[in-house]
Design a protein around this ligand. Structure first.
Ligand code: PLP
Length: 379
C-alpha cells in the first residue's frame, strides 16, 4: 500500500456493530465483561480504547513500523521514552532542538540521574568522540528547530549499529510523508501529533512508532502505568486529520518554497534558513532522505534588531503570531522570546538562534495572499 492509501485506510475497518465507515468515538471508560476476566480485549480505556487502537495502527503503518502508541502530548511521548532509561544512562542529543524537549531533558530527567549531552550532529563523523560506555540513546530532531539544519539519519544509525545504543528521531517537522526514519535505520520515531499529523490546530497529542517488540512492550507498559493517554475524541480528530496529510504536505512544501525564495531576495532580510536552497549546508542530505523540504522556514533581519523583529510580527495579516506549527493556517513565531525562551541566551546565540530570528510555519492558503502579506509587513 502506498502512502496516500495508507493515510486513508490503514488500521481502519468499518465498525463491526453498524458498518459506520468512520471509526466511532468510543467515549467510554469501561467495557462490560461476560464473566470475571472474560472480555473482548477491552477492559478500561486507559489501557485500551478502540478509537485509539485505530489511530495507533494507522500511525504505525504510516511510519512503516510494527507498533504505534499514542500519548496525551508530544512531550508525554518523550517522557515515556526517557522512563525506559536507567540512572547513569546518557542521551546524546542535537543541540538545536525543540525547547520543551530541552526542558524535559534538563529540568526533569537530569534529577533522576539521566545525563544529557547536546552536540552538533550535522557531521556524523564527529559524533563518535561524544559516545561513551554509558550512551544508550541518540536523540535526533531533523529538520532542527528553528535553524533547519538537516541531520543524516542513516549516517548516525550506521555509526552506532554495532553498539547497544538506540536512535530516536523526532519526526514532527518532516512527517512520515516526507521522511521515514525507521527505513533509514532508526529504532524509534516520535511525533508531536499536535502539529502536521493532526494538522488543524485543534488537538494536543503525541505518538511513538517502533519495530523492536521488547522496547514496544516497555513503552506500552509505561503508557498504561503512567497514564498519559489521549481521549477518544482527540484520537478521532487525529485520524480525520491524517486522511489529508499527503495533500496538506504537498501544499505546505510548495508554499514554503515560494516564501523562502521571496524572503531571500528581500533587501530587509539577512539570512533565510530552508533546506531547499542549494547553498544550504545540508541540502544534499535533505534531498536524499526527504521527499521534499517541508513547510518550515526561519529568517533573520539585517541589523538583528529584536524590536524590529517583534514589530514586524504584529504587522502580518495572515501569518498569525502564535506558538505551534503544522496547521492549515500560516503562523509566525519569535523563538528567542517564545518557544526557545527556556534556553539560556548564550546557548541560543551559539547555535545561531539570534534575537531577530523569526520562524514561520507556512500554511496552505493561496500563495499570492501570503506573499502579499509578507511584502506589506516588511515595508
Ligand atoms: C511541539 C513539538 C514537540 C512537543 O509536542 P507537544 O505535542 O506540544 O507536547 C516536540 N517536538 C517538536 C519538534 C515539536 O514541534
Amino acid at each position: 500500500m502506498k502512502f496516500a492509501t495508507k493515510a486513508i485506510h490503514a488500521g481502519i475497518t468499518p465498525d463491526p456493530a453498524t458498518g459506520a465507515i468512520m471509526t466511532p468515538i468510543y467515549q467510554t471508560t469501561t467495557y462490560v465483561q461476560q464473566a470475571p476476566g472474560e472480555h473482548k480485549g477491552y477492559e478500561y480505556s486507559r489501557s485500551q480504547n478502540p478509537t485509539r487502537d485505530a489511530l495507533q495502527n494507522n500511525l504505525a503503518a504510516l511510519e512503516n513500523g510494527k507498533f504505534g502508541l499514542a500519548f496525551a502530548s508530544g512531550l508525554a511521548a518523550t517522557d515515556a521514552i526517557l522512563k525506559t532509561l536507567k540512572p547513569g544512562d546518557e542521551v546524546l542529543s542535537t543541540n538545536d532542538l525543540y525547547g520543551g524537549t530541552y526542558r524535559i531533558f534538563t529540568k526533569l530527567f537530569e534529577q533522576y540521574g539521566l545525563k544529557f549531552k547536546f552536540v552538533t550532529m550535522t557531521d556524523a563523523d564527529t559524533l563518535e568522540q561524544h559516545l561513551s560506555d554509558q550512551t544508550r540513546l541518540i536523540w535526533i530532531e531533523t529538520p532542527t528547530n528553528p535553524m533547519m539544519h538537516i541531520i543524516d539519519i542513516k549516517a548516525v544509525t550506521d555509526l552506532v549499529k554495532q553498539r547497544d545504543i538506540k536512535v530516536a528521531v523526532d519526526n514532527t517537522f518532516a512527517t512520515p510523508y516526507l521522511q521515514l526514519p525507521l527505513d533509514l535505520g532508526a529504532d524509534l520515531v516520535m511525533h508531536s501529533v499536535t502539529k502536521y499529523i493532526g494538522g488543524h490546530s485543534d488537538v494536543i497529542m503525541g505518538a511513538l512508532v517502533l519495530n523492536d517488540q521488547e522496547w514496544a512492550e516497555d513503552l506500552q507498559f509505561i503508557q498504561n502505568a503512567s497514564g498519559a493517554v489521549p481521549g477518544p475524541q482527540d484520537c478521532f480528530l487525529a485520524l480525520r486529520g491524517i486522511k489529508t496529510l499527503h495533500l496538506r504536505m504537498q501544499r505546505h512544501c510548495e508554499n514554503a518554497a515560494s516564501v523562502a525564495h521571496f524572503l531571500k531576495q528581500h533587501p530587509k532580510v539577512d539570512k533565510v534558513f530552508w533546506p531547499g536552497f542549494e547553498d544550504h549546508p545540508n541540502h544534499q542530505v535533505a534531498k536524499n532522505q526527504m521527499q521534499d523540504f517541508g513547510g518550515m522556514i526561519s529568517f533573520t533581519l539585517k541589523g538583528d534588531d529584536i524590536e524590529e523583529a517583534k514589530s514586524l510580527m504584529t504587522r502580518f495579516q495572515y501569518f498569525q503570531l502564535a506558538e505551534s506549527l503544522g496547521g492549515v493556517e500560516s503562523l509566525c513565531g519569535h523563538p528567542a522570546s517564545m518557544t526557545h525562551a527556556s534556553i539560556p541566551r548564550e546557548e541560543r546565540i551559539k547555535s545561531g538562534l539570534v534575537d531577530s530570528l523569526i520562524r514561520m510555519s507556512v500554511g496552505i492558503e493561496d500563495i499570492e495572499d501570503l506573499l502579499e502579506d509578507l511584502k506589506q509587513a516588511l515595508e
